[in-house]
Write a protein that binds this ligand. Structure first.
Ligand SMILES: Cc1ncc(COP(=O)(O)O)c(C=O)c1O
Length: 392
């Protein structure tokens, strides 16, 4: 007695990785470059903030986020994108964006779209929750390859009008995991225009928005405001996990139109698991402070430079525009990850584990994903071994 809708799900990327590598001994001291778990320090004052509000552990937390937290998030949106959102009606707190990306589908995807099973467009490769969210509501996930040929973002112009009419939701990740590609203003504007024309919502996963090289990536909220889009079409997700180095705090927010936020809050009232109050206080302080985010960006800038130097001359090396992953071309990602582990002890993720096969082709199969999260010296050591092993 198990549901059929999940019967074809592949094993999640990390158990698959363990199955691939763990039967073999590492060929050197282990360097982890698999998981996107930030390892720079979070601000030291964060612990004091949590302790100062520890009495809040004695209360049920505010489901949708305390007014102070929502105000801090709205102020951040204003500073970052120049867009003014009413914190009470346009924002809701999340326990990290993963649950938000999932639950938004539950709350907002209709059962039928123009009389048919709805379609959810998913970039390929992609953050895996998108697919499971679509399957959970009985929608059909349709995967759009995001490869070199398409500028590492899905090519929207390749989707037929007939298909777009069936679309209820498009997930778009920018800066993207794993490729580090950034959607331009023009790209967002085109997507928004399609959403208006074909009546669908955009779920914009922007949790890497603050990890970039030079220019801040444009956000869906600012482009939507510029083009005067219907706010109900745009559902934007932001997280503290990457920008503040607190993946364990589990804190983010969703910004959307008032009716969409109402629906999200309604579902959260029934089934949500809100962030404990002391953590909501801490999150509010993080959204209000740019200094630590700038310092974090400085550390990543040094890593981008380090990677560019080590990988200089490696055929097919592409410096990511943003985010903290390298998406490196290899002949076969699984074979490369296994060889690298056995010969050097460096652990990376085969790209195929982050993508779906379509027409017999997995667009991630010829790649490995390398997370640049370790301290710079450790990252440089891992990357040098990787270059010498796979491209030497
Ligand atoms: C593309 C993408 N979206 C969302 C998330 C979820 O982040 P969190 O739930 O920590 O906010 C991640 C985390 O790795 C991610 O890579």
């Amino acid at each position: 007695m198990f549901p059929e809708r999940f019967s074809n799900l592949p094993a999640y990327a990390f158990p698959r990785l363990r199955a691939l590598l763990d039967a073999h001994a590492p060929g050197g001291d282990v360097v982890h470059m698999t998981i996107g778990e930030p390892r720079h320090a979070f601000p030291s004052w964060l612990t004091d903030e949590i302790t100062a509000h520890a009495d809040g552990f004695g209360q049920y937390p505010v489901n949708e986020g305390s007014p102070a937290l929502l105000e801090a998030a709205a102020d951040w949106v204003q500073r970052r994108y120049g867009v003014s959102l009413d914190p009470a009606t346009r924002l809701m707190a999340l326990n990290g964006t993963r649950e938000g990306l999932y639950n938004a589908m539950m709350a907002l995807c209709p059962e039928r779209k123009r009389g048919e099973r709805p379609v959810v467009l998913v970039p390929n490769p992609f953050y895996q929750v998108y697919m499971v969210a679509a399957l959970s509501v009985g929608a059909e996930p349709v995967f759009l390859d995001a490869t070199e040929a398409t500028g590492y973002l899905p090519d929207l112009s390749a989707v037929s009008g007939e298909m777009l009419d069936r679309v209820a939701v498009v997930y778009l990740c920018s800066p993207s995991n794993p490729q580090g590609a950034v959607a331009s203003r023009a790209y967002w504007a085109e997507l928004i225009a399609l959403a208006e024309k074909h009546d669908f919502r955009i779920f914009a996963d922007e949790c890497y928005s603050e990890i970039y090289r030079d220019d801040p990536p444009p956000g869906v909220l600012e482009v939507a405001a510029e083009v005067g889009a219907d706010p109900e079409r745009i559902v934007a997700f932001h997280s503290l996990s990457k920008q503040s180095n607190v993946p364990g705090l589990r804190s983010g927010f969703v910004a959307a139109g008032p009716e969409s936020i109402k629906a999200l809050k309604q579902l959260r009232n029934y089934a949500g698991s809100p962030l404990p109050m002391p953590l909501q206080h801490a999150a509010a302080r993080l959204w209000a402070d740019e200094a630590h985010v700038e310092e974090n960006r400085r550390l990543y800038a040094a890593k981008y430079a380090c990677a560019d130097e080590i990988m200089d001359g490696v055929p097919g090396y592409r410096a990511p525009e943003a985010g903290f992953f390298l998406w490196l071309p290899v002949a076969d990602g699984e074979e490369a990850a296994l060889r690298l582990w056995r010969e050097t002890g460096v652990r990376v993720l085969p790209g195929a584990f982050l993508a779906q096969e379509r027409g017999g082709v997995n667009p991630g199969a010829g790649f490995i994903r390398v997370a640049m999260v370790a301290p710079e010296e450790e990252m440089a050591r891992g990357l040098t071994r990787l270059r010498d092993c796979l491209y030497g």
